[in-house]
Design a binder for this molecule. Structure first.
Ligand code: PLP
Length: 411
């Protein structure tokens, strides 16, 4: 029996010894804002929430109908397969062919994920370990940083807002770092900055990947939400891309299926296999009705995807137009679900977290402070255009009032 003195209790009680990988995670910078948002909601205040890229629109009724039908089938309630059912993976390859002219093998080059966030995180775990380095875009979508850290890797954040400069900084880092970076993450259309690129960016990236032997992970979450005729290029459509990397796509944004948790990792078969192996240990695959409904979505709902993109474009114009009339300097995004705006004078010295708190507290509008995406995000706000145009106009009015600008007609 253990003696009294061996019982692991200190004066302040038992200490849970959480793993180093959890302790290494950076502080969560949205905590203060989320708390205030919650308090306001509890107090019955209507907060216009532009904080998160969480679509408010429902998916096409056909998708919901198929889901309902599949749920009623008793055969669909068993464990599914960890890498996704064969017909779903086939549908992903059909879509890549139709949209980007990319030929993929559904058995070895596609794996289904519980949303691309889960897939990305587990892929980092499959590819990286202590001492490995990943280059990630900055300002950073938090998961791009956290997933590398959870895999015990080191992160080098490179500003991606000038894509040519980003590429030359990747080359410079590879030239001077030892050991060389193992993985380069790219994410265009970019969250949070809305930066977009053309196909030639990937041509150069593939050249660098071959030269410096790094793997590429392209996060293509906003593939479907493009404006003004712009078409976001797929990394996989670049010659040689499948030799060096993979691409994540998701049904969360273009199909408004965020809560359904379904995404895909496609491309290099060794990387896909590594992810499938890890997933095979961690999970049993998605609920089968979700996979069946996703097949129908990809097969029959192109028009719905186009109309979702058109809706975001209208919202962008309503929101950006209003902010411009308030005197904000806005670069209207060509793609994605976010307006990335410089904090205007005279508030630019305030810091993005305090400024976002002010907009929430005094204006009832929740936005994400740029600082939440790393140091390169300081001085900016990220505003998700997930509410309808009318609510967005109302948000502009409330922001204007809160900043004591002249009353404007946001129309
Ligand atoms: C850049 C980026 N990648 C991935 C995700 C997560 O997508 P999913 O819902 O497929 O996990 C998001 C969601 O906001 C995102 O902005």
């Amino acid at each position: 029996m253990r003696g009294e003195s061996e019982v692991p209790f200190s004066d302040d009680g038992f200490k849970i010894p959480v793993a180093e990988r959890v302790k290494r995670l950076p502080p969560y910078l949205f905590g203060k804002i989320n708390k205030l948002k919650y308090e306001k909601r509890v107090a019955g205040i209507d907060v216009i929430d532009l904080g998160m890229g969480n679509p408010t629109d429902p998916p096409d009724p056909l998708i919901v109908e198929k889901m309902t039908e599949a749920v009623s089938d008793p055969r669909n309630h068993r464990y599914s397969v960890a890498n996704g059912i064969a017909n779903l993976r086939k549908e992903v390859t059909a879509r890549y062919w139709k949209r980007y002219g990319v030929r993929l093998d559904p058995d070895s080059e596609v794996v289904t994920c519980i949303g691309s966030k889960e897939g990305f995180s587990h892929l980092c775990l499959a590819l990286m370990g202590p001492g490995d380095t990943a280059i990630v875009p900055s300002p950073s979508f938090p998961v791009h940083v956290y997933a590398v850290m959870l895999a015990a890797g080191n992160v080098i954040e490179l500003d991606c807002r000038e894509p040519d400069q980003f590429l030359s900084n990747i080359a410079y880092t590879c030239e001077h770092l030892y050991p060389k970076p193992r993985v380069v993450v790219v994410n265009f259309p970019h969250n949070p900055s809305a930066t977009v690129i053309e196909q030639d960016f990937y041509v150069e990236l593939v050249r660098l990947a071959r030269k410096y032997s790094f793997m590429v992970i392209s996060d293509f979450a906003y593939a479907d939400i493009c404006f003004d005729g712009y078409k976001a290029p797929s990394f996989l459509a670049t010659p040689g891309a499948t030799e060096v990397g993979v691409e994540f796509t998701t049904m969360s944004k273009g199909y408004s299926m965020a809560g359904w948790r379904i995404g895909f990792c496609s491309g290099n078969s060794e990387m896909v296999r590594a992810l499938s192996t890890i997933k095979g240990y961690y999970d049993y695959g998605l609920f089968q009705p979700v996979q069946i409904a996703a097949i129908v979505a990809m097969r029959h709902c192109d028009a719905a995807v186009d109309s979702i993109a058109a809706e975001y474009q209208q919202r962008r114009d309503a929101f950006c137009g209003g902010l411009e009339r308030l005197g904000w300097e806005i670069e209207r995004p060509k793609a994605g679900m976010f307006v990335w705006a410089k904090i205007p004078e005279p508030w630019s010295e305030m810091g993005s977290i305090d400024f976002a708190m002010k907009l929430l507290d005094e204006g009832g509008v929740a936005v994400s402070p740029g600082r939440g995406f790393g140091e390169d995000g300081e001085g900016y706000l990220r505003m998700a255009i997930v509410e309808n145009s009318q609510r967005l106009r109302q948000a502009v009015k409330q922001i204007g009032k809160c900043l004591k600008s002249e009353e404007i007609s946001a129309e």
